[in-house]
Ligand binder design. Structure first.
Ligand code: GLN
Length: 215
């Protein structure tokens, strides 16, 4: 059984918690924990860092003494960053405020914040996703409804020779321009969209499988 935490400092954490609770029985999750303290972080096997506002989230993490424990956690434990969470996991972020911003810096990619434009340019798009085949029931389509909200995009991989970094194909329009919206690196998953805002739980199942392989 797995204890999964969702970083609950800011942003769309409750939505992730709801999805995980729905999956608890079938996926053998023993506890879903909203993480706000070092102690809570210490009690989980895997973590989701939700979407929201990455600078605010980092600021609250700093003020609550969580930034260093988080840095340690993400070095070895399965962690999935969605949207703002992806930004926090990345080595580098562009399109930031003047003085840059605090990052956890474990995912060897560069992200561009708000790559898809402003809040009004947020959109949902259904796209074939071969990377979800393993969690798609046979006979069903692998299309997934992607929700992009002021979403970042991965614009560069720091070291193209890093073999463990896998770009997950989602046929997103960004990919045609060479941008990337989903990557897996060792025990880390980074996605620029919000799967917790859909009724489709396959990206959560994908992460849970990945987490089990990495604990
Ligand atoms: N634009 C936000 C940021 O930079 C991310 C948006 C989101 O998480 N939906 O943090």
């Amino acid at each position: 059984p797995l204890n999964i935490g969702v970083l609950a400092l800011q942003g769309a954490f409750s939505e992730h918690v709801i999805v995980l609770n729905k999956l608890a029985n079938t996926e053998n999750i023993s506890k879903v924990i909203e993480v706000r303290t070092k102690e809570q972080l210490g009690s989980i096997d895997a973590l989701i860092i939700p979407g929201g506002e990455s600078t605010t989230m980092a600021l609250i993490a700093e003020r609550s003494g969580l930034i260093e424990p988080l840095r340690e956690f993400v070095k070895t434990k399965p962690t999935w960053g969605t949207c703002a969470g992806l930004i926090l996991l990345s080595h580098k972020a562009t399109n930031t405020k003047k003085n840059g911003q605090e990052l956890l810096g474990v995912l060897p990619v560069t992200v561009s914040r708000n790559k898809f434009g402003r809040q009004v340019d947020s959109f949902t798009i259904s796209l074939p996703s071969p990377c979800l085949d393993a969690v798609t029931e046979s006979g069903n389509s692998n299309s997934f409804p992607y929700v992009f909200i002021r979403a970042p995009c991965i614009i560069g991989i720091d070291d193209p020779l890093v073999q463990e970094l896998i770009v997950l194909p989602t046929s997103s329009p960004a990919e045609e321009k060479g941008d990337i919206v989903a990557v897996k690196y060792k025990h880390l998953l980074g996605t620029s969209f919000h799967p917790e805002l859909t009724n489709d739980n396959r990206w959560h199942q994908y992460f849970i499988n990945m987490a089990r392989e990495n604990i």
